[in-house]
Design a protein around this ligand. Structure first.
Ligand SMILES: [Zn+2]
Ligand SMILES: [Zn+2]
Length: 311
């Protein structure tokens, strides 16, 4: 599980950075990747990355501002040309379907795979046996949502050597042990599940927030997250401007990460007033003064989401 930034700029693209898009690589977990937002030019960014559009399984739109959305029709039509035959689901706020219907029908774009558009206003928006995705409203100029992706814990595996030592052959009792319950064999030997079962594999939590002022729902979505992606459009000296434009500063993003007890924070969605990565370093420093586990989002760099070990 890795994060890969395809665009990290706010509002407009610059030569250094494209407008917003984030990929969550789930190659090991699902043999696919998910995306959050799709600013204009995102499909070009994908061509320059190790990601293959055909492997895109789910796409979550945080809000309908152009810098998060204008790349979507082009990407959806190109996907069919790049080996994309598997179904694709796009989630986002109401209005997303109308936008896509008009863009795709007026341009007579053909989408040769099953495209499902799910409009939502928060809540549990996806769940299967290995993942769930929850969403809630943030505080922006238009309705903007955050997404909390939870990977479910996986049970530990049975230790074949130890079971052999107990003389227990494969059978129904294996299933009971695997579910975490102790068993007693026909010979009257009690085997404790904890003795033959390895630690469960703990799932990870990734939170990706859309554009927002600092708000309580951000903290709730980021609670205990292994990795939080939060916008930091401005440095903290521009706090007034951030508030007026319904955005956040570096320090405000760091405060949310701290309150939520997140493990790592990655700042993104930088104003184009900051040119190179060097110009962003003071912003990183001020965020780290509040939350030391802060990184800057850099396009075309992988950010692994580490699994928490122990308790
Ligand atoms: Zn934006
Ligand atoms: Zn916005």
């Amino acid at each position: 599980m890795e994060i890969y930034f395809l665009g990290t700029n706010a509002g407009i693209p610059t030569l250094q950075r494209n407008v917003t898009s984030v990929a969550l690589r789930l190659l090991e977990e699902r043999r696919s990747f998910w995306m959050f937002d799709c600013g204009e030019g995102t499909q070009h960014q994908i061509l320059r990355s190790p990601l293959r559009l055909g492997k895109l399984e789910k796409l979550f739109i945080t809000h309908l501002h152009g810098d998060h959305l204008f790349g979507l029709p082009g990407l959806l039509s190109s996907r069919g040309y790049q080996g994309g035959t598997a179904p694709l689901t796009v989630y986002g706020p109401p209005g997303l379907r109308a936008y896509l219907d008009i863009s795709l029908s007026v341009s007579q774009s053909r989408v040769p795979y099953k495209l499902e558009v799910v409009e939502h206003t928060g809540g549990l928006i996806f769940e299967d046996e290995s993942f769930k995705v929850e969403s809630d409203l943030l505080d922006h100029r238009i309705d903007s949502y955050g997404y909390r992706v939870t990977e479910k814990d996986r049970p530990g595996s049975l230790d074949a050597q130890r079971l052999k030592a107990y003389g227990l052959k494969p059978g129904p009792l294996y299933g009971v042990l695997k579910s975490g319950l102790d068993v007693t064999t026909e010979e009257g030997i009690t085997i404790a599940a904890a003795d033959v079962l390895s630690e469960p594999k703990r799932g990870r939590i990734v939170t990706v927030l859309g554009d927002t002022r600092p708000c309580g729902n951000s903290t709730a979505l980021a609670r205990e997250a292994d990795l939080l992606i939060h916008e930091a459009t401005f440095g903290h000296e521009l706090a007034k401007m951030a508030w007026d434009y319904h955005h956040s500063t570096t320090v405000q993003a760091a405060e949310i990460a701290k309150e939520a007890n997140a493990r790592q924070l990655v700042l993104t969605h930088f104003s184009s007033r900051y040119g190179s990565m060097d110009e962003l370093l003071p912003l990183l420093e001020e965020a780290r003064s509040v939350f030391p586990g802060t990184l800057l989002a850099e396009e075309f760099r992988l950010y692994p989401v580490e699994r928490k070990t122990g308790n």
